[in-house]
Write a protein that binds this ligand. Structure first.
Ligand SMILES: *Cc1c(COP(=O)(O)O)cnc(C)c1O
Length: 409
């Protein structure tokens, strides 16, 4: 099997493209063609929008966080409530879009990967709704820390296949899903869960998630009569962030900030902050370099000898060594900025949002909340932040209780 045929397709500056075994090229071409046709098909779009409305529960609200705003004493804080989408996270938007596309392509079998389990649940749910067979690959480590989501997938009739290779997390689950797809490409659609992978995935997933920003834009205009000053979202692969950002990219006055997983801190080498500068003394050896992972070119956390680094985050959904190519491009152009929050800061984010607003965020989303806590106090009182709450924290309650203790004060 010869690897890696780079093409100019789906490039974001020097990033993106298609780096896959030759056996997958026809499948990617078929997918691209099907997606382009579906995008232009008003019936397909209407069906997608109808299900987003009547099944997912869209539009999700934009909630003014009055007590948190007062507590931090700066910018007005609005929360985009993807936690209120059916299945509790933004992942369902993309899962439903791709499942509809697979059905349109006549593919009855879906394979997917999952880290936090949210994309697995989204895929399992969309497949149950549309009557498609679904197999989800999931690392052993993630299965252990996301039990309730495993059961939810199984209840929806999905087969969850444990992956025990490598670091036994998301990266390894993607490897297995791709392997399955290569073998069964005639009958199978690979339902990729973020703005990663070879073209057309980063563009297609972004398009399916861009409903978040389209709604948020209309909602903030209605609430405040103007655009926000700052958008904040957590970045694993980057789909909830790009989903929020996309409708604002042309609005130069709107600053955009992505928050990666700082894990135990950059010094420790145990993190998933692909855009963070490495520690000055180079102590950890872990560094993000341009590389190819899972079919796309972007920043990839690597060891000094060029191996994919083992990443760490308290949140399974941010625990991935690479990042969507469009984010790398937005960063090069200085259109979006990227920072990170550590595990401890994310836990503090869970606590403050729960106490101040009665909203328990997913540990992933809590990274974005942590950045709001850092940024809002220094901003003028008439400025506006929209933070994307990518998911709800129910799936993380075990971890949160273990880390914070039950005597939450
Ligand atoms: C999967 C997940 C993420 C990270 O994925 P992105 O593609 O970066 O959005 C963030 N939040 C939640 C709740 C998730 O389930």
């Amino acid at each position: 099997m010869t690897a890696t045929l780079p093409t100019i397709k789906g490039k974001f500056g020097p990033y993106g493209g298609q780096f896959v075994p030759e056996t997958l090229m026809p499948a990617l071409a078929e997918l691209e063609e099907a997606y382009e046709t579906a995008k232009a098909d008003l019936d397909f779009q209407a069906r997608f929008e109808h299900l987003l409305k009547t099944y997912v529960g869209r539009p999700t609200p934009l909630t003014y966080a009055g007590r948190l705003t007062k507590h931090l004493g700066g910018a007005k804080i609005y929360i985009k409530r993807e936690d209120l989408a059916h299945t509790g996270a933004h992942k369902i938007n993309n899962a439903l879009g791709q499942a509809l596309l697979a059905q349109r392509m006549g593919k009855q079998r879906i394979v997917a990967e999952t880290g936090a389990g949210q994309h697995g649940v989204g895929s399992a749910t969309a497949c149950a709704l549309l009557g498609l067979e679904c197999i989800v690959y999931m690392g052993d480590v993630d299965i252990a820390r996301q039990r309730p989501n495993v059961f939810r997938m199984q209840l929806a009739g999905t087969e969850v296949r444990p992956v025990s290779s490598g670091s036994r997390t998301l990266k390894d689950a993607i490897n297995e899903a791709i392997r399955d797809w290569v073998t069964n490409v005639e009958t199978t659609h690979y339902l990729l869960g973020s703005v990663l992978g070879p073209h057309p995935y980063p563009t297609m997933v972004r398009d399916f998630q861009s409903v978040i920003g389209r709604e948020a834009r209309a909602q903030i205009l209605e609430a405040e009569g103007r655009l926000p000053d700052l958008l904040i979202a957590c970045v694993g692969g980057g789909s909830n962030a790009i989903g929020l950002f996309h409708s604002f990219i042309e609005d130069q006055g709107v600053e955009m900030l992505g928050v990666e997983a700082g894990g135990s801190g950059i010094q420790s080498g145990r993190h998933a902050a692909r855009f963070a500068p490495p520690p000055a003394n180079g102590e950890t050896g872990v560094e993000a370099k341009l590389g190819v992972l899972h079919g796309t070119k972007s920043y990839v956390l690597q060891t000094p000898d060029g191996q994919i680094a083992e990443t760490h985050s308290i949140s399974a959904g941010l625990d991935y060594p690479s990042v969507g190519p469009e984010h790398a491009w937005l960063r090069d152009q200085e259109r979006a900025g990227y920072t990170y929050a550590t595990d401890d800061e994310a836990l503090a984010g869970v606590k403050i949002l729960s106490e101040m607003e009665g909203i328990i965020p997913a540990l992933e989303s809590a990274h974005a909340v942590a950045e709001v806590v850092k940024r809002a106090p220094a901003m003028p009182k008439d400025s506006i932040i929209i933070v994307n709450l990518s998911g709800r924290g129910d799936k993380d309650l075990d971890t949160i209780m273990r880390e914070l203790g039950t005597g939450v004060s």
